[in-house]
Write a protein that binds this ligand. Structure first.
Ligand code: GRE
Ligand code: ZN
Length: 322
């Protein structure tokens, strides 16, 4: 389809570039670097070739979340967001931005999100899972009560929060020892991110802040397929869960899912069935995925043209006020 909007599309600045190296396939690192740093030439021509009118851009992962010093995290986030603002200003009809946030310090994250939304015109934030804080082995997840004022600000700004994957720390996840092929986008990204999303839901955060919007990529990181069973077992034994509603209710009222890197129609149909066709958004995951794979699959998928227009364009326009 023409006029597609893509939601999870990444760039890098020189100081975050190396973080993507481990994810380069075979000898693609030179090319991946070029594509991550490029905010014009190849990026726009790929979009043109595949009918993508607008890309919502975000920093590469784990990005700011991997920088344990809060002051350095805040500085790097500002630098990345300023670079992104420049790119959006140069192509305001083709690009929009999601802010990178220094979640190591909830107050700094709130200030940077406010600056990005109010002054730079960004559409929300994209955060790469847990943050390392103070030292490389100390991690924090955002159901921590220290983040309640941050979430209040996110709700007040009406800014969607994209919870994007990162790998778990090896020291905390011995299940991957000796099986490095299961790390990253193959498997570990999805498990890590789905579990973080369930923590946010189960913590009661969405009862306190019912107008929060959280976006998940990769068609929901497995959650649509498993959400009934999660609630089914919670109904039998809830173990003192703080949340007042079922996890499926939160999924349907507070979440949006994108097609990034999951170009498979049965998975899309399952996501649409669980969450509804108004809460699914097209995305590629450029440059970690090939635009041609995403676009060809999406254009040919067995969907009604009404749903294709919604997922490809209209839902994003409504959610992000484009
Ligand atoms: C992503 O941003 O989702 C991503 C990476 C690295 C490899 C694959 C992938 O950051 O999908
Ligand atoms: Zn991504």
């Amino acid at each position: 389809m023409a006029g597609t909007i893509a939601i999870e599309e990444h760039f890098a600045i020189p100081s975050t570039l190396r973080m993507s190296r481990q994810y380069a396939i075979d000898d693609s690192w030179m090319d991946l670097q070029k594509r991550l740093l490029d905010l014009h030439d190849v990026r726009l021509s790929e979009m043109d070739r595949h009918g993508i009118e607008i890309a919502i851009l975000s920093l590469n992962a784990p990005g700011i979340q991997e920088i344990p010093d809060p002051a350095e995290a805040a500085r790097t986030a500002r630098r990345a967001n300023d670079r992104l603002a420049e790119a959006v200003l140069a192509q305001p009809d083709r690009f929009a931005g999601f802010a990178a946030l220094p979640m190591q310090d909830p107050e700094a994250a709130t200030a940077e999100l406010t600056r990005c939304v109010r002054q730079l015109g960004f559409k929300g934030a994209l955060v790469n899972g847990f943050s390392q804080v103070g030292s490389l082995d100390r991690v924090v997840y955002y159901d921590d009560p220290a983040y309640l004022p941050f979430w209040a600000a996110v709700e007040e700004l009406a800014a969607p929060f994209y919870l994007h994957p990162r790998d778990p720390l090896p020291a905390r996840e011995p299940i991957y020892d000796g099986h490095p092929w299961l790390l990253g986008p193959v498997w570990a990204f999805g498990v890590e991110t789905a579990t973080h999303a369930l923590r946010l839901m189960a913590s009661g955060l969405l009862d306190r802040h019912p107008r929060l919007t959280i976006i998940l990529g990769h068609l929901g990181e497995g959650l649509p397929y498993n959400i009934w069973r999660v609630d089914h077992r919670l109904r039998k034994s809830s173990r003192g869960i703080p949340a007042r509603r079922t996890m499926r209710e939160y999924l349907r009222s507070n979440f949006y899912l994108t097609t990034s890197g999951n170009f498979h129609t049965p998975a899309l149909v399952d996501a649409m069935t669980e969450i509804g066709p108004d809460r699914v958004l097209f995305s590629v995951d450029y440059p970690f995925e090939d635009t041609v794979d995403a676009a060809k699959w999406f254009n040919e998928a067995n969907l009604s043209e009404t749903d294709r227009e919604k997922i490809g364009r209209l839902n994003a326009i409504a959610l992000l006020n484009l």
